[in-house]
Ligand binder design. Sequence first.
Ligand SMILES: [Zn+2]
Ligand SMILES: [Zn+2]
Length: 240
Amino acid sequence: MKDVMDTHTHTIVSGHAYNTMTEMMQAAAEKGLELLAITDHAPKMPGSTHPFYFSNSSMIDRDYYTKKFGGKTRYLIGSELNILPGGNIDLSEETLKKLDIVLASLHTPCYKPATKEEHTHDYLRILENPLIHIIAHPDDGRYPVDFEVLVKAAKANHKILELNNHSLDPLCTRENAREHDICMLKFCMEYQQPIIINSDAHIETEIGNHARGWQLIEELGFPEELVLNTSVEKLLNYLS
Ligand SMILES: [Zn+2]
Ligand SMILES: [Zn+2]
C-alpha cells in the first residue's frame, strides 16, 4: 500500500536518539517521503530538553528545508508529550499552539503503571485536549487500557490512534504489543476509527520503517481507507 509519511521520529534533542533534525529531514527526503514529523520527547523524559526548545520552534522555516532537500518533502515540527498521572501533560497550552503536530503517550519514567481504569481515565482526558492529535503506542501491556472506550473517545474527539512499528519489534521493552494492537485495530474497524503507522525512529535508518505495522494491517484485513499514511491531505485534515 502507498505510504508517504512518518509522523513520529526523534532527534538527538530527545537524549537517547542519534541524529540531528537536518540529518533526519535529509534522510526522509532521500527515502521519498512526502511528510516527516519531528516529535522530540517533551521535557519530563529524562535526558530530553527544556520547554524553550519547543516554544522557540516557530523560528524553524519548514519551507526552507523542503526546498533544501529536493522540494518534495513537507516537514512538521512537534513533540511527543509525556502523559502524567491524572492525565496531565508536560508542555503548556501556549507552547503546544506553536507546534504543527502533537503526540501523547505513556512512558515508565513519567507514569508508574497503575490500574486499567486509571490508564483509561487519563487517556480520556488527553483525548479531550484540542491541542493533541495522536495517541502514540497505546499498545504497551504494562499499561492495560479499555480499548473499546479508547477507540470510541478517539472517534468522538476526531483524534488519531497510532500503530507503532517499534512496539512490534521483539526487542522493544513495551509488553504484548501485538496482542493489544490487534484488540485496538478490531475496535477501530468496528467504529471506523483512523490510525497512523509510525516508526518511532530514534535514528535516521529507521525513518519510514513501517513493515511490521503493515504486515499486521494485512493479516487483519484492516481497511486502507482508515490508514492515514496513504495521504498527506487526510492527515492534515486531522491536524486542522
Ligand atoms: Zn524515545
Ligand atoms: Zn514514546
